[in-house]
Design a protein around this ligand. Structure first.
Ligand SMILES: [Zn+2]
Length: 253
């Protein structure tokens, strides 16, 4: 039952996250106007705006002008629904679960905006950093001290990496947006989560980078956004961090 509710909630939340992904980088309001086609500007009635279903029924095209609808819409809805269900299944206490659902939603928005624009919106990362210690105090999923150390440690470590990269290769490799993102992750998951995210993210990033090189899809200096990999690491930590850490330290080479 909980799983069914979380899937449904995830689909609805995902639909809203799509609005954020499209409008935040354009600095438009995420509340008004209501959903409209980005091509012909016609309003989209609710029955053409049902998560996943409408995309399938409309065959990925606007009902009025037949302009193609990005595959990103159903993809975001599906991802959100699956992550909500997986989080609900972990059996976190209610307050903690609410925080993680909101946190994952923020990470989904950040991921898709970073892929498209190579930026991480301050409108998400900065407020999240500011509220994170307060949330730790209210929900008690980690101590306020761990949250603060997570912010300083996560942000500081990535800042150091970015600075070392810059002086050694004489070019900017990582944006300051990534620094703020890891500070946000550290604020919610503590320094443990921040460290986990940076290692899991770097590992996933290298694998994808190598695959892209092998497929000759990218040059050595092609900009690959790092934000999605940090987000991947942070979500993995919530879903399976304990198991992975126990496995890693339980079976030394
Ligand atoms: Zn249209």
């Amino acid at each position: 039952m909980t799983i069914a509710i979380s899937i449904l909630g995830g689909l609805i939340a995902g639909s809203f996250l799509n609005v954020c992904i499209v409008r935040l980088p354009e600095e438009e309001s995420i509340i008004r106007p209501g959903s409209h086609c980005r091509s012909c500007n016609k309003e989209i009635p609710w029955y053409h705006n049902i998560p996943l279903l409408s995309y399938a029924i409309l065959r990925g095209r606007c009902h009025w002008c037949s302009a193609p609808i990005s595959l990103r819409y159903p993809l975001v809805e599906l991802t959100t629904a699956v992550l909500f269900a997986l989080l609900a299944e972990r059996g976190f206490p209610p307050r903690e679960l609410c925080i993680y659902l909101a946190f994952c939603s923020a990470l989904i928005v950040i991921t898709f905006i970073d892929i498209r624009y190579l930026i991480i919106p301050d409108a998400i990362s900065i407020p999240s950093i500011l509220v994170a210690p307060g949330l730790a105090y209210v929900a008690g999923h980690l101590s306020v001290t761990d949250s603060l150390i997570g912010i300083a440690g996560g942000g500081g470590l990535l800042w150091l990496f970015a600075w070392l990269y810059e002086i050694s290769r004489k070019q900017e490799g990582m944006g300051f947006g990534d620094v703020k993102l890891l500070a946000m992750i550290g604020g919610v998951e503590g320094w443990q989560g921040a460290f986990f995210s940076i290692f899991a993210g770097a590992l996933a990033g290298s694998l994808v980078g190598i695959s892209l090189l092998a497929a000759r899809r990218g040059k050595r200096d092609t900009a690959i956004p790092f934000g999605p990999f940090l987000a991947f690491g942070a979500i993995t930590y919530l879903l399976a961090g304990d198991e992975i850490i126990a496995w890693y330290f339980g079976f030394p080479r």
